[in-house]
Design a protein around this ligand. Sequence first.
Ligand code: URA
Length: 295
Amino acid sequence: MRRGAAAGLCYDRLMADPSAADILRFHLEAGVDETIGESPVDRFASAGQAASEAATEPAPEKPPPPARRALRDAPRATAGEAPAPPNGGRVSQAVQAAWSLAAAANSVAELKAAVESFEGCGLKKTATNTVFADGNPEARVMFVGEAPGAEEDRQGLPFVGPSGRLLDRMLETIGYGREKFYVTNIVFWRPPGNRNPTTDEIAACLPFVERHIELAAPDVLVPLGGPAAKTLLGRAEGITRLRGSWHSYSTAHMSAPVDAMATFHPAYLLRSPANKRQAWRDLLEIRQKLDGAAD
Ligand code: URA
């Protein structure tokens, strides 16, 4: 589902004026099926104005997206203490704010409240709910997906739509119901129209995701799909390369690294069921690791 300003179309007018209905049909076919504003916004006019302003103003300095390693290696603040900005101070204010809030959280519940209070990720403006996590935060295995979809946005819970149902079925086959795993995403709000989250959106959420993993302290971390795997493992390869072998995940505040096994995202498996066989192998590896590790 995509969202858009309804361009002032009210129901009566639509019924009386077929051209307005045509416009609505056109929007629906384009995937815009939700209203996010009371009045229309002329994006062409504002784009023209922005362009002329940009011509007279110096371009703002855009901070480079923070590398996970730079964030990881930065000193972490304790509650109430402002953290030293990672990346030599070149990160955006949003990332610094996220870093401070995440650092001050000393439990998963505190972290959830911190994420809900965070205004530094643009995705929050168009989302219905913050989607923090589901399952058991004490579980030994933690899955990290990409971004909430429409159903997740409605319910405020991750992986409750079609790909979540597949994830549940896959995990049931190795004896893991939701009470035995924990699941979250690398961003906490649904990107409009289910587009991919941008680098800046991921960067703004990453301090919370890292702190989340520190606080949940799973034995095994499972990034689901390419974006989560690349973000968490700090690697450039795609999921086909990254899945199927063990990696190490650590932050400056973990006493020991966590074993990480990336696998295909269930949404991808719904589209490419032939790859379920490889995902099944990954799950067996994960179960073996969990069976071998002490409780
Ligand atoms: N896909 C994801 O990556 N996460 C969700 O929560 C749902 C679908």
